[in-house]
Design a protein around this ligand. Structure first.
Ligand SMILES: [Zn+2]
Ligand SMILES: [Zn+2]
Length: 301
């Protein structure tokens, strides 16, 4: 697996690549605009060129853009969904300008206000159908697009959909285009959604392969969990000191099926400092490469 973190675009998009290089990233994830705003100025050609230059200098492969958390293409409200789609299309346009390999997004939520409807199958599938229609529209609106739309599994908070492999597979199948649609597995979200990586690693993957297909898996969000199995709460923890723990990370890092995938840390930064990523990347790389003996202990940290 090629490994990186989530890097900051503060002061300019290209700064993320400089930061990625400083922590030993082999790849990186970024937001390509402010997360609190719907609108963004278009990316100027010089900005894009500078970004690509720094990405090449840092030797980063497969840059992933994470879309804005404000976007919910699953909403049943037509006007809100149109806004969400327009914002998503803007993200995709920016990804294409930057040469990003992946546009990662949380599928969305059905927003039904009645609690007993939270897990209603028809309600959830109708939501997935709306998201699939938006994804199909995006692919049609960018017919020559190179950036892959990457569905991230959800932890299952609130009325979020895409928290089971069945739902992720349903969504991917509904769009169909296997060349331009992929899947990112967030290890914390899956655990919080009830997938027991720790005691049932092989069974979880067999289930994933049946419902989604390993061929669709292109990336990971590498997060340990502050929450217990099945809590349906999205709370990332540092690696390997959360509920997932070292044995899980070793198994994942040495799983040959994922040697070609990209993995991105989204773990909490101590004092906002990317030194946390640097340590965790060194740790994961050592597990991956079998050079753990040379590692300063993270367990004690
Ligand atoms: Zn994630
Ligand atoms: Zn999360």
């Amino acid at each position: 697996m090629i490994l990186g973190g989530h890097n900051s675009i503060k002061g300019g998009l290209h700064n993320a690549a400089i930061e990625a290089a400083s922590i030993g990233g082999e790849t990186m994830q970024i937001f390509c605009k402010s997360q609190r705003q719907w609108k963004a100025k278009p990316i100027e050609p010089e900005q894009a060129a500078l970004f690509r230059e720094e990405v090449a200098r840092a030797g980063l492969e497969r840059v992933m853009v994470h879309d804005s958390y404000l976007i919910n293409m699953g909403t049943p409200d037509d006007a809100k969904r149109e806004n969400a789609y327009q914002a998503f299309a803007t993200e995709l346009e920016r990804c294409e300008a930057l040469g990003a390999a992946y546009l990662n997004f949380h599928p969305g939520s059905h927003t039904h206000p009645s609690k007993p409807m939270r897990d209603d199958k028809a309600e959830r599938e109708a939501c997935l159908d709306r998201i699939a229609a938006c994804m199909t529209r995006a692919l049609d609106d960018f017919p020559d697009g190179k950036t892959m739309l990457v569905i991230e599994n959800a932890a299952g908070q609130g009325t979020n959909v895409g928290s089971t492999w069945a739902e992720v597979g349903y969504l991917a199948d509904a769009v169909g285009d296997e060349r331009r649609v992929g899947v990112c597995v967030d290890t914390q979200h899956a655990w919080a959604a009830g997938y027991d990586w720790v005691d049932d690693y092989d069974a979880v993957w067999d289930d994933f392969d049946g419902q989604v297909g390993l061929r669709r898996l292109v990336a990971f969000h590498l997060n340990d969990s502050k929450q217990p199995l099945g809590a349906r709460v999205d709370r990332h923890d540092n690696i390997p000191t959360g509920h997932l723990g070292e044995a899980f990370w070793r198994t994942l890092m040495t799983d040959g099926r994922f040697s070609g995938a990209a993995g991105y840390l989204e773990t909490p930064l101590e004092d906002g400092d990317v030194g946390t990523y640097k340590r965790e990347l060194a740790y994961l790389r050592a597990l991956r490469d079998g050079t753990e003996a040379a590692l300063p202990s993270l367990q004690a940290a």
